[in-house]
Design a protein around this ligand. Structure first.
Ligand code: KE4
Length: 431
């Protein structure tokens, strides 16, 4: 039995002052009906809690740590930068340098702005798209998550192609009504909606590889259709690559699938684990952003010297050693094929879906192509699988609707251990 005595007490204390005891809901372990370990440190592919437990980490802070935790180069860069001060609120060479490195990986980002979170990146990108087109309505896809700004916390109204309704209290109905939510990977639904309403739509925002309903790749032709229809109707196509950027490939999903969006949002890896994200795209669109243009966007800590230092160190490693991507992808491939193999040996119906170095194990007997498929998965089985793995030192994302991530720090031994523990978990499920 996993000893979480100190974490449980810490969780109870935290609940008195932090809503649900956490600063972000998914960390509360509500989805798996248990209490979260409180983390004390992490290094490489291992994470340690305050009860002295050690885990092989596939959450990696929800994606950023592709180099592994406490990467020596990133750590050294931060240690060297701190004595120069933590924030200036003024332009620095670091921001321009980081933007140029990002552009080398994502050439479609002709111009960009650094911000502090993925939410801020997508929120800002939508405002720019609305300002650029003069239109108010946007399209998102059911099961895709783009952060918690009001326009994006919206669910389908009465009929799918009607305008949205709030997906959270506090989101005004008159904001939600300008958001249409359509099924992910449903080409017919998108085409018929755009034939009727395309000219009214400011932006289509999509996770080109969905990660927030679990890892769900685009079906053949889906992204191409989005690109074709948005171009035809002069709608801004926004690829939210906050999660799949640097995961789907070194140039994200847009490189993997050879689709050029009008705008891109990046986060997580781009900041090396520090609060840094970015939105950008075609110069004609980004030139609308204040002070170059009229669309207002700002941030006290945007482009912060410590965050840009961590981002620069991470981008420098990725630029210098492109084998990082291949190694992370090969490790993901090895682990996922191993999970599939042992599930089959034991006779537990699962789908393992992966793209590059992000992956999800679904308790389903059929492929997961959209949110309805993900929602139909056996969540009780997932909870038991998750609990067994955590008790045996494997730290997966605590929800069926999340992706897991790989780093270059994951050793072959750790991957084999993970596969063997998964097999035992499947045997417990089967019993
Ligand atoms: P943040 O505001 O959490 O930095 O980014 C929001 C966001 C935007 N777009 C995509 C595709 C994302 O995956 C995210 C955030 N991802 C979640 C994981 N599902 C972060 C974890 C959390 O919410 O605590």
């Amino acid at each position: 039995m996993l000893d979480l005595t100190r974490s449980t007490k810490a969780f109870d204390d935290a609940k008195d002052i932090l809503p649900g005891g956490v600063d972000s809901p998914v960390r509360s372990y509500r989805s798996v009906d248990s209490n979260p370990p409180f983390i004390s440190s992490a290094s490489g592919d291992h994470i340690y809690d305050i009860d002295g437990n050690e885990y092989i980490d596939y959450v990696l802070s929800w994606g950023p740590m592709i180099l592994g935790h406490a990467d020596p180069e990133v750590t050294a860069a931060l240690q060297e930068a701190v004595p120069r001060g933590t924030s200036y609120g003024a332009p620095t060479l670091l921001e321009t340098e980081l933007a140029k490195k990002i552009q080398a990986f994502v050439p479609s980002m002709e111009m960009m702005r650094l911000v502090n979170s993925g939410t801020e990146a997508t929120m800002s990108a939508l405002r720019v798209a609305r300002g650029y087109t003069g239109r108010d309505k946007i399209v998102k896809f059911i099961g895709c998550y783009h952060g918690h700004s009001d326009s994006l916390l919206v669910k389908a109204g009465s009929g799918l192609a009607t305008f949205g309704v709030p997906d959270s209290p506090g989101v005004p109905a008159n904001v939600a009504k300008d958001t249409v939510t359509l099924p992910y990977n449903d080409k017919e639904a998108f085409k018929s909606f755009f034939d009727a309403h395309g000219d009214e739509i400011a932006a289509v925002i999509v996770e080109p590889v969905a990660g927030n309903m679990g890892c769900v790749p685009p079906v053949e032709g889906f992204l191409e259709l989005l690109r074709e229809e948005t171009a035809k109707h002069e709608t801004v196509l926004i690829f939210d690559e906050v999660m799949c950027g640097f995961r789907a490939s070194s140039g994200g999903a847009q490189k993997r699938y050879q689709i050029v969006p009008d705008m891109t949002c990046l986060g997580k890896i781009v900041g090396g684990g520090m609060p840094l994200a970015v939105f950008g795209g075609r110069k004609a669109i980004m030139s609308c952003v204040a002070p170059a243009g009229p669309v207002y966007q700002a941030g006290t800590l945007s482009g912060n010297p410590l965050a840009t230092t961590a981002g620069l160190a991470t981008m420098s490693v990725l630029q210098r050693d492109p084998t990082v991507f291949r190694k992370a992808e090969e490790s993901t491939d090895y682990l996922c094929r191993g999970l599939l193999r042992v599930a089959k040996e034991v006779g537990v119906p699962v789908q393992v879906q992966w793209v590059g170095s992000m992956f999800t194990l679904f308790f389903s007997d059929k492929p997961v192509r959209n949110f309805d498929d993900a929602n139909a998965c056996d969540r009780e089985a997932f909870k038991k699988f998750f609990a067994y793995n955590l008790e045996h030192g494997i730290y997966y994302a605590p929800s069926q609707f999340e992706s897991n991530f790989m780093s270059i720090a994951h050793s072959q031994a750790d991957l084999d251990t993970s596969i063997q523990i998964a097999k035992k978990a499947f045997q417990v499920l089967k019993a």
